[in-house]
Write a protein that binds this ligand. Structure first.
Ligand code: ZN
Length: 177
């Protein structure tokens, strides 16, 4: 069982850095970082979290899509640790949809992302995986991959009209309330 880590916010210099490859996946430190990130993303109602968001500049993130108050329509999946991930192929089609970030509280932005991607990563047991991800899960992967390169979703928003407050976003999701 892991413990909750504190999440660094926009402006922290680590969020702008490029992270290092992880060489010792079986290492106790890497394994407990994975456990802690899984707890941290669940407690924060996130659908993904990257190691740089807890001030650890290493190429690792968790994808943990599930419906929750921040993303009511997210598909359900087991939290998955993805180590040294990369996109090996992508759709030509891009799709714009709303994103938020645990390191950028209170703001949502419309971000263009590839509709599908073929990816490679190493799992927490050291096995190399390749997968095709589509739609929302592909979006999470691209968002988290950006964190490993020091890129924040705000960098990909095309204009300021594509930025809204969390409050307005919730109103768009639940028009009756
Ligand atoms: Zn983020």
């Amino acid at each position: 069982m892991g413990s909750r880590l504190s999440i660094i916010k926009l402006g922290h210099p680590i969020l702008g850095q490029s992270s290092s490859l992880i060489e010792n996946i079986q290492d106790g430190q890497t394994q407990s970082l994975i456990d802690n990130l899984i707890v941290t993303v669940a407690t924060a109602n996130g659908v993904g979290i990257a190691a740089p968001q807890v001030a650890i500049s290493q190429r690792l993130f968790i994808v943990a899509s599930r419906p929750n108050p921040r993303y009511p329509h997210a598909p359900e999946m087991e939290p998955t640790a993805m180590i040294n991930p990369k996109i090996v192929e992508n759709s030509t089609e891009m799709v714009k949809d709303w994103e938020g970030c645990l390191s950028v509280p209170g703001i949502r932005g419309l971000v263009p992302r590839y509709q599908w991607i073929n990816v490679e990563y190493t799992d927490r047991n050291g096995e190399l995986k390749d997968k095709r991800l589509v739609d929302f899960v592909a979006r999470i992967f691209q968002h988290e991959c950006d964190h490993l390169d020091g890129i924040i979703f705000l960098d990909r928003v095309e204009n300021s009209q594509d930025l809204i407050s969390e409050e307005e976003y919730q109103r768009l999701q639940n028009p009756k309330t």
